[in-house]
Design a protein around this ligand. Structure first.
Ligand SMILES: *[C@@H]1O[C@H](CO)[C@@H](O)[C@H](O)[C@H]1NC(C)=O
Ligand SMILES: *[C@@H]1O[C@H](CO)[C@@H](O)[C@H](O)[C@H]1NC(C)=O
Ligand SMILES: *[C@@H]1O[C@H](CO)[C@@H](O)[C@H](O)[C@H]1NC(C)=O
Length: 398
């Protein structure tokens, strides 16, 4: 797609340059003859440029894929294909997330978020004490676990738990807090409270991962001593009710609540600018001096360059009004150095004609967009707004 338009763009470029000499030419693509020596050099340039385009495109694709894998991949989960076993049978209803995206199924195959053992043992709760203390050293831990409390998703505590809770003597809590979705698998210290020392037992660190759907999986390992046991914090039961666009949060690590994720706040980007005068011939970058709208301040009035402040889908428009001498006039939209769309005018009589072009594309953060006046004459005065450039962010991508 981009490959093909690249050829067109560059071929059109040469036609534009050629026809300024021969005013009678129609706006058509020329057929290259390889035995035409004068064309060999520019042709080589064209091919190099096309290769660059192609390279840049595959890079962009790769980056997008990477970003999706880390943070924005939709949940993939098939109940039938799940490798979920339960330590405690008949422990009540357990809800699993369901598949939304077939493609990510393969990626999910080795993801602990979908391959864990359900650990639903009410005695692990932070509000539970008993004389029959448990010892996790005696458990043959294997792989990943997800904590439940009577069928409801629950998390490990992130702060010191009183002695003789969690059905054991020295309750094990997660030091350093839980990771976020983008962190992937992290290693966290585990502490056991005893003798007024919150970390009297420095238990071997465990791996933890945050999963879509507001739950965590833990790769539990054997503590070094008895009696220690991994805790389930009853205060985090509320986290199981958080919605898709929410995360579970707590300032004091005691009271937990669901809150909307920050990224919901959409970036607003809109600009509209105009050049209040005449342009003729080659003007590398039109410096649209009159800026009417610049929400998000992504358009630079001094340079005429728009810099994408966030990754997302953008729409641009730009216009011209041809001069009256009948010459061909071409304005090009330039995205990251590539000429992607033209606003072309041509009329044989001594009339003037306008042209407005639009373009929509996905940009990464920091992408540069401007307009180049490649040839011909464009007309505007201080009030006509005939040479304009504007755009909007339609959809933000994370
Ligand atoms: C579940 O996982 C275990 C250990 O990773 C593996 O041995 C077993 O074959 C898996 N079962 C299914 C049904 O995939
Ligand atoms: C512990 O907390 C849970 C959830 O709030 C509650 O249902 C349960 O009755 C409590 N157990 C004890 C022993 O207080
Ligand atoms: C406007 O631009 C388009 C695309 O380059 C071109 O096909 C069309 O002829 C132009 N209109 C005028 C009036 O020049």
């Amino acid at each position: 797609m981009m490959f093909a338009s690249g050829i067109w763009v560059l071929a059109a470029l040469f036609v534009c340059a050629a026809s300024t000499k021969e005013a009678g030419n129609s706006y058509e693509m020329k057929v290259w003859r390889t035995n035409d020596r004068s064309l060999q050099e520019p042709l080589a340039l064209v091919y190099t440029e096309i290769e660059n385009l192609y390279h840049q495109q595959s890079l962009m694709k790769e980056n997008m894929k990477k970003a999706m894998m880390h943070c924005t991949q939709t949940q993939a989960y098939k109940e039938n294909g799940a490798n979920v076993t339960s330590l405690q049978a008949g422990s009540g209803p357990v809800l699993y997330p369901f598949a939304q995206d077939e493609d990510s199924e393969a990626e999910a195959r080795f993801d602990p978020c979908y391959h864990y053992t359900v650990l639903d043992q009410a005695w692990r709760a932070t509000n539970f004490s008993t004389k029959n203390v448990a010892c996790d050293k005696r458990v043959n831990w294997r792989g990943w676990y997800r904590l439940f409390y009577r069928g409801r998703s629950i998390q490990m505590p992130e702060l010191c738990i009183k002695k003789e809770r969690c059905g054991t003597h020295a309750p094990l809590w997660l030091a350093g807090g839980h990771p976020s979705l983008c962190d992937g698998i992290v290693t966290r210290r585990v502490c056991g409270h005893w003798n007024n020392n919150c970390c009297a037992f420095k238990s071997p660190p465990i791996k933890v991962k945050a999963c879509k759907g507001n739950y965590y999986v833990y790769q539990f390992v054997q503590p070094k001593a008895c009696h220690l046991a991994y805790c389930a914090d009853v205060n985090t039961l509320v986290c199981g009710w958080c919605r898709k666009n929410e995360i579970c949060s707590s300032r004091d690590k005691i009271n937990w609540f669901c809150k909307k994720t920050k990224s919901r706040a959409k970036a607003k980007v809109h600009f509209f600018a105009s050049y209040p005068g005449r342009l003729s011939g080659k003007v590398n970058r039109i410096q649209y001096k009159k800026v009417y709208v610049n929400v998000g301040r992504a358009f630079n009035r001094r340079t005429g360059v728009f810099t994408a402040p966030v990754a997302g889908v953008y729409q641009f428009f730009f216009s011209t009004q041809s001069g009256t001498n009948g010459a061909k006039t071409d304005l090009w939209l330039v995205v990251n150095g590539y000429w992607v769309a033209v606003s072309h005018t041509r009329i044989s009589s001594s009339n003037s004609v306008g042209n407005l072009s639009t373009y929509m594309t996905t940009l990464r953060k920091g992408a540069l967009v401007y307009i180049t006046h490649n040839c011909g004459n464009s007309w505007a005065n201080a009030a006509s707004n005939t040479i304009t450039f504007g755009g909007s962010l339609l959809l933000e991508r994370r």
